[in-house]
Ligand binder design. Sequence first.
Ligand code: NAI
Length: 298
Amino acid sequence: MADLHFDGRVAVVTGAGQGLGRSHALELAARGAKVVVNDLGGAVDGTGSSDTPARRVVEEIAAAGGQAVVDGGDVSTEEGAEGVVRTALEAYGRVDVVVNNAGILRDRSVKNITAAEWDAVLAVHLRGSFLVARAAFPHMRENGYGRVLNTSSPSGLFGNFGQVNYASAKMGLIGLTRTLAIEGAKYDITANAIAPVAYTRMTEDLFPPEMAGRLGPERVTPLVVYLVHESCAATGEVYTVGGGRVARVFVAEGPGYVQEDATAEDIRDNWPQISAERPYTVPRDIGEQTTGHFQALD
Ligand code: NAI
Protein backbone atom coordinates (compact mmCIF):
# COMPACT_ATOMS: atom_id res chain seq x y z
CA MET A 1 0.00 0.00 0.00
CA ALA A 2 1.01 3.59 -0.62
CA ASP A 3 2.74 5.68 2.04
CA LEU A 4 0.59 8.08 4.04
CA HIS A 5 0.84 11.59 2.63
CA PHE A 6 -0.75 14.85 3.73
CA ASP A 7 -0.30 16.96 0.61
CA GLY A 8 -2.80 19.84 0.62
CA ARG A 9 -3.76 19.18 4.24
CA VAL A 10 -3.41 21.71 7.04
CA ALA A 11 -2.71 20.47 10.56
CA VAL A 12 -2.77 22.28 13.87
CA VAL A 13 -0.65 20.72 16.63
CA THR A 14 -0.96 22.27 20.09
CA GLY A 15 1.94 22.17 22.53
CA ALA A 16 4.23 21.37 19.62
CA GLY A 17 7.32 23.21 20.85
CA GLN A 18 8.83 20.05 22.33
CA GLY A 19 8.17 16.49 23.37
CA LEU A 20 5.33 14.60 21.72
CA GLY A 21 3.80 17.60 19.94
CA ARG A 22 7.10 18.51 18.31
CA SER A 23 7.51 14.97 17.05
CA HIS A 24 3.97 14.93 15.60
CA ALA A 25 4.49 18.32 13.92
CA LEU A 26 7.82 17.32 12.34
CA GLU A 27 6.42 14.08 10.96
CA LEU A 28 3.20 15.59 9.61
CA ALA A 29 5.24 18.31 7.89
CA ALA A 30 7.68 15.73 6.51
CA ARG A 31 4.68 13.97 4.99
CA GLY A 32 3.46 17.10 3.24
CA ALA A 33 1.09 18.76 5.71
CA LYS A 34 1.24 22.49 6.32
CA VAL A 35 1.52 22.77 10.08
CA VAL A 36 0.59 25.33 12.71
CA VAL A 37 3.08 24.82 15.52
CA ASN A 38 1.29 26.10 18.60
CA ASP A 39 3.07 26.40 21.93
CA LEU A 40 2.84 28.70 24.89
CA GLY A 41 6.38 27.80 25.84
CA GLY A 42 6.00 27.66 29.63
CA ALA A 43 7.34 25.31 32.28
CA VAL A 44 5.89 21.84 32.96
CA ASP A 45 3.54 23.39 35.54
CA GLY A 46 2.30 25.87 32.94
CA THR A 47 3.97 28.97 34.40
CA GLY A 48 5.78 31.39 32.11
CA SER A 49 5.76 31.64 28.34
CA SER A 50 8.19 31.89 25.44
CA ASP A 51 7.88 31.64 21.68
CA THR A 52 11.35 30.07 21.37
CA PRO A 53 10.34 26.36 21.43
CA ALA A 54 7.65 26.77 18.75
CA ARG A 55 9.94 28.94 16.63
CA ARG A 56 12.69 26.32 16.75
CA VAL A 57 10.31 23.63 15.54
CA VAL A 58 9.12 25.81 12.67
CA GLU A 59 12.77 26.45 11.74
CA GLU A 60 13.47 22.73 11.85
CA ILE A 61 10.52 22.03 9.57
CA ALA A 62 11.57 24.77 7.14
CA ALA A 63 15.16 23.50 7.10
CA ALA A 64 13.83 20.07 6.10
CA GLY A 65 11.84 21.65 3.25
CA GLY A 66 8.45 21.63 4.98
CA GLN A 67 5.92 24.36 5.68
CA ALA A 68 4.95 25.57 9.13
CA VAL A 69 3.99 28.68 11.07
CA VAL A 70 4.27 29.61 14.74
CA ASP A 71 1.31 30.23 16.99
CA GLY A 72 2.06 31.29 20.55
CA GLY A 73 -1.51 31.20 21.84
CA ASP A 74 -2.66 29.80 25.16
CA VAL A 75 -5.17 27.08 24.24
CA SER A 76 -6.87 27.23 27.63
CA THR A 77 -8.38 30.62 26.68
CA GLU A 78 -11.09 31.14 24.07
CA GLU A 79 -8.97 33.84 22.46
CA GLY A 80 -5.90 31.59 22.27
CA ALA A 81 -7.76 28.50 21.05
CA GLU A 82 -9.65 30.41 18.36
CA GLY A 83 -6.40 32.12 17.45
CA VAL A 84 -4.74 28.77 16.68
CA VAL A 85 -7.42 27.94 14.12
CA ARG A 86 -7.34 31.51 12.80
CA THR A 87 -3.58 31.16 12.27
CA ALA A 88 -4.24 28.07 10.13
CA LEU A 89 -6.93 29.81 8.09
CA GLU A 90 -4.88 32.98 7.58
CA ALA A 91 -1.68 31.16 6.67
CA TYR A 92 -3.07 28.24 4.69
CA GLY A 93 -6.80 28.82 4.10
CA ARG A 94 -8.17 25.72 5.82
CA VAL A 95 -7.89 23.33 8.73
CA ASP A 96 -8.08 19.56 8.24
CA VAL A 97 -6.35 18.13 11.28
CA VAL A 98 -6.33 19.13 14.94
CA VAL A 99 -3.90 17.39 17.26
CA ASN A 100 -4.71 18.47 20.82
CA ASN A 101 -1.50 17.76 22.69
CA ALA A 102 -0.75 20.76 24.94
CA GLY A 103 -0.55 19.84 28.57
CA ILE A 104 0.75 20.73 32.02
CA LEU A 105 1.12 19.06 35.41
CA ARG A 106 0.25 20.21 38.93
CA ASP A 107 0.47 16.90 40.75
CA ARG A 108 -1.01 16.85 44.23
CA SER A 109 -2.94 14.26 46.26
CA VAL A 110 -6.62 14.94 46.86
CA LYS A 111 -5.80 15.77 50.48
CA ASN A 112 -3.55 18.65 49.49
CA ILE A 113 -4.76 19.92 46.13
CA THR A 114 -6.15 23.43 45.82
CA ALA A 115 -9.06 24.36 43.58
CA ALA A 116 -6.65 26.55 41.60
CA GLU A 117 -4.41 23.53 40.88
CA TRP A 118 -7.47 21.57 39.75
CA ASP A 119 -8.67 24.41 37.52
CA ALA A 120 -5.29 25.07 35.91
CA VAL A 121 -4.87 21.47 34.76
CA LEU A 122 -8.46 21.02 33.60
CA ALA A 123 -8.18 24.33 31.73
CA VAL A 124 -5.25 23.30 29.53
CA HIS A 125 -6.08 19.66 28.83
CA LEU A 126 -9.85 19.47 28.78
CA ARG A 127 -11.03 23.02 28.18
CA GLY A 128 -8.17 23.67 25.74
CA SER A 129 -8.91 20.55 23.67
CA PHE A 130 -12.62 21.39 23.64
CA LEU A 131 -11.97 25.02 22.64
CA VAL A 132 -9.62 24.19 19.75
CA ALA A 133 -11.92 21.43 18.49
CA ARG A 134 -14.91 23.76 18.72
CA ALA A 135 -13.07 26.47 16.81
CA ALA A 136 -12.11 24.04 14.03
CA PHE A 137 -15.42 22.19 13.85
CA PRO A 138 -17.45 24.64 11.69
CA HIS A 139 -14.64 24.75 9.10
CA MET A 140 -14.33 20.98 9.06
CA ARG A 141 -18.11 20.67 8.70
CA GLU A 142 -18.08 23.07 5.79
CA ASN A 143 -15.27 21.08 4.12
CA GLY A 144 -16.99 17.78 4.86
CA TYR A 145 -13.72 16.56 6.31
CA GLY A 146 -11.78 16.65 9.54
CA ARG A 147 -9.51 14.64 11.81
CA VAL A 148 -9.25 15.36 15.55
CA LEU A 149 -6.77 13.64 17.83
CA ASN A 150 -6.90 14.20 21.58
CA THR A 151 -4.14 13.29 24.00
CA SER A 152 -5.40 11.37 27.00
CA SER A 153 -3.25 9.39 29.43
CA PRO A 154 -3.10 6.01 31.12
CA SER A 155 -3.33 8.08 34.30
CA GLY A 156 -6.89 9.09 33.37
CA LEU A 157 -7.95 5.74 31.97
CA PHE A 158 -6.66 3.71 34.88
CA GLY A 159 -6.02 6.17 37.74
CA ASN A 160 -2.84 7.39 39.38
CA PHE A 161 -1.96 8.56 42.88
CA GLY A 162 -1.39 12.30 43.09
CA GLN A 163 -3.05 13.17 39.79
CA VAL A 164 -6.67 13.79 40.68
CA ASN A 165 -6.76 16.89 38.43
CA TYR A 166 -4.76 15.42 35.54
CA ALA A 167 -6.57 12.06 35.59
CA SER A 168 -9.97 13.77 35.61
CA ALA A 169 -8.99 15.94 32.66
CA LYS A 170 -7.59 13.00 30.74
CA MET A 171 -10.67 10.84 31.28
CA GLY A 172 -12.86 13.82 30.42
CA LEU A 173 -11.08 13.89 27.07
CA ILE A 174 -12.48 10.43 26.34
CA GLY A 175 -16.03 11.75 26.71
CA LEU A 176 -15.10 14.70 24.49
CA THR A 177 -13.56 12.38 21.89
CA ARG A 178 -16.51 10.03 21.77
CA THR A 179 -19.05 12.81 21.48
CA LEU A 180 -17.06 14.66 18.80
CA ALA A 181 -16.93 11.37 16.90
CA ILE A 182 -20.71 11.04 17.09
CA GLU A 183 -21.41 14.66 16.14
CA GLY A 184 -18.80 14.65 13.37
CA ALA A 185 -19.76 11.34 11.77
CA LYS A 186 -21.96 12.65 8.99
CA TYR A 187 -19.33 15.21 7.92
CA ASP A 188 -16.44 12.73 7.73
CA ILE A 189 -14.97 14.26 10.88
CA THR A 190 -13.34 11.62 13.05
CA ALA A 191 -12.08 11.99 16.61
CA ASN A 192 -9.80 9.59 18.44
CA ALA A 193 -7.59 9.69 21.51
CA ILE A 194 -4.21 8.33 22.46
CA ALA A 195 -2.89 7.48 25.90
CA PRO A 196 0.86 7.70 25.29
CA VAL A 197 3.93 6.75 27.20
CA ALA A 198 7.05 8.63 26.15
CA TYR A 199 10.23 10.04 27.58
CA THR A 200 9.85 13.84 27.65
CA ARG A 201 10.53 16.61 30.16
CA MET A 202 7.14 15.74 31.67
CA THR A 203 8.15 12.17 32.47
CA GLU A 204 11.97 12.27 32.66
CA ASP A 205 11.92 11.71 36.42
CA LEU A 206 9.54 8.74 36.19
CA PHE A 207 11.30 6.30 33.92
CA PRO A 208 14.56 4.46 34.55
CA PRO A 209 17.29 5.95 32.32
CA GLU A 210 17.66 2.67 30.41
CA MET A 211 14.04 2.99 29.23
CA ALA A 212 14.53 6.54 27.96
CA GLY A 213 16.08 5.49 24.68
CA ARG A 214 13.25 3.07 23.99
CA LEU A 215 10.44 5.51 24.74
CA GLY A 216 11.16 8.37 22.35
CA PRO A 217 8.19 10.53 21.28
CA GLU A 218 8.87 9.39 17.69
CA ARG A 219 7.53 5.98 18.72
CA VAL A 220 4.14 7.52 19.52
CA THR A 221 3.88 9.66 16.40
CA PRO A 222 3.23 6.90 13.81
CA LEU A 223 -0.12 6.10 15.43
CA VAL A 224 -1.02 9.79 15.48
CA VAL A 225 -0.11 10.13 11.80
CA TYR A 226 -2.30 7.18 10.87
CA LEU A 227 -5.26 8.29 13.01
CA VAL A 228 -5.32 11.75 11.41
CA HIS A 229 -4.85 10.48 7.86
CA GLU A 230 -7.79 10.52 5.47
CA SER A 231 -7.52 6.76 4.95
CA CYS A 232 -8.18 6.01 8.62
CA ALA A 233 -11.86 5.42 9.37
CA ALA A 234 -11.44 4.70 13.09
CA THR A 235 -13.44 7.11 15.22
CA GLY A 236 -14.38 7.45 18.87
CA GLU A 237 -11.52 5.12 19.82
CA VAL A 238 -8.70 5.22 22.37
CA TYR A 239 -5.27 3.62 22.03
CA THR A 240 -2.39 3.20 24.42
CA VAL A 241 0.89 3.74 22.59
CA GLY A 242 4.61 3.94 23.29
CA GLY A 243 7.93 2.26 22.67
CA GLY A 244 6.55 0.41 19.67
CA ARG A 245 3.39 -1.04 21.25
CA VAL A 246 -0.11 0.05 20.25
CA ALA A 247 -3.30 -1.34 21.86
CA ARG A 248 -6.95 -0.41 21.68
CA VAL A 249 -8.53 0.48 25.01
CA PHE A 250 -12.29 0.19 25.20
CA VAL A 251 -15.07 0.80 27.67
CA ALA A 252 -16.98 -2.44 28.06
CA GLU A 253 -20.04 -3.51 30.00
CA GLY A 254 -20.21 -6.89 31.68
CA PRO A 255 -23.20 -9.24 31.45
CA GLY A 256 -24.73 -7.87 34.66
CA TYR A 257 -27.35 -9.25 37.01
CA VAL A 258 -31.07 -8.75 36.40
CA GLN A 259 -33.72 -8.92 39.09
CA GLU A 260 -36.48 -6.31 38.95
CA ASP A 261 -37.21 -6.22 42.65
CA ALA A 262 -33.59 -6.64 43.76
CA THR A 263 -33.00 -5.66 47.36
CA ALA A 264 -29.70 -4.47 48.80
CA GLU A 265 -29.19 -8.04 50.02
CA ASP A 266 -29.80 -9.41 46.51
CA ILE A 267 -27.17 -6.96 45.23
CA ARG A 268 -24.73 -8.16 47.91
CA ASP A 269 -25.45 -11.83 47.24
CA ASN A 270 -25.03 -11.45 43.49
CA TRP A 271 -21.88 -9.34 43.61
CA PRO A 272 -19.79 -11.88 41.63
CA GLN A 273 -22.31 -11.77 38.74
CA ILE A 274 -22.51 -7.95 38.90
CA SER A 275 -18.71 -7.82 38.82
CA ALA A 276 -18.30 -10.39 36.04
CA GLU A 277 -16.24 -9.19 33.07
CA ARG A 278 -17.39 -11.80 30.54
CA PRO A 279 -19.21 -11.93 28.26
CA TYR A 280 -18.91 -8.19 27.72
CA THR A 281 -20.25 -5.75 25.15
CA VAL A 282 -18.61 -2.59 23.85
CA PRO A 283 -21.40 -0.07 23.17
CA ARG A 284 -20.53 2.51 20.52
CA ASP A 285 -22.74 5.18 22.04
CA ILE A 286 -25.41 5.73 24.65
CA GLY A 287 -28.07 4.43 22.26
CA GLU A 288 -26.43 1.02 21.97
CA GLN A 289 -25.83 0.86 25.71
CA THR A 290 -29.43 1.79 26.55
CA THR A 291 -30.85 -0.66 23.99
CA GLY A 292 -28.73 -3.43 25.51
CA HIS A 293 -29.87 -2.45 28.99
CA PHE A 294 -33.56 -2.58 28.02
CA GLN A 295 -33.08 -5.90 26.21
CA ALA A 296 -31.56 -7.35 29.37
CA LEU A 297 -34.70 -6.36 31.27
CA ASP A 298 -36.97 -8.39 28.94
P1 NAI B 1 5.90 18.51 27.24
O1 NAI B 1 5.88 19.29 28.50
O2 NAI B 1 7.21 18.19 26.62
O3 NAI B 1 4.99 19.20 26.14
C1 NAI B 1 3.80 19.86 26.44
C2 NAI B 1 3.80 21.16 25.67
O4 NAI B 1 2.53 21.81 25.85
C3 NAI B 1 4.86 22.14 26.15
O5 NAI B 1 5.68 22.52 25.08
C4 NAI B 1 4.07 23.31 26.71
O6 NAI B 1 4.70 24.56 26.51
C5 NAI B 1 2.78 23.21 25.92
N1 NAI B 1 1.67 23.88 26.61
C6 NAI B 1 1.35 23.79 27.91
N2 NAI B 1 0.29 24.57 28.19
C7 NAI B 1 -0.08 25.16 27.02
C8 NAI B 1 -1.11 26.06 26.66
N3 NAI B 1 -2.00 26.50 27.57
N4 NAI B 1 -1.21 26.45 25.37
C9 NAI B 1 -0.32 26.00 24.45
N5 NAI B 1 0.69 25.16 24.74
C10 NAI B 1 0.81 24.74 26.01
O7 NAI B 1 5.12 17.14 27.57
P2 NAI B 1 4.78 15.85 26.66
O8 NAI B 1 5.17 14.67 27.44
O9 NAI B 1 5.28 16.01 25.29
O10 NAI B 1 3.18 15.91 26.69
C11 NAI B 1 2.38 16.09 25.57
C12 NAI B 1 0.98 15.60 25.92
O11 NAI B 1 1.01 14.19 26.14
C13 NAI B 1 0.39 16.21 27.16
O12 NAI B 1 -1.00 16.44 26.98
C14 NAI B 1 0.60 15.15 28.21
O13 NAI B 1 -0.31 15.25 29.28
C15 NAI B 1 0.38 13.91 27.37
N6 NAI B 1 0.95 12.70 27.94
C16 NAI B 1 2.30 12.49 27.96
C17 NAI B 1 2.80 11.32 28.47
C18 NAI B 1 4.24 10.98 28.43
O14 NAI B 1 4.58 9.83 28.77
N7 NAI B 1 5.11 11.90 28.04
C19 NAI B 1 1.92 10.31 29.10
C20 NAI B 1 0.53 10.60 28.97
C21 NAI B 1 0.08 11.76 28.43
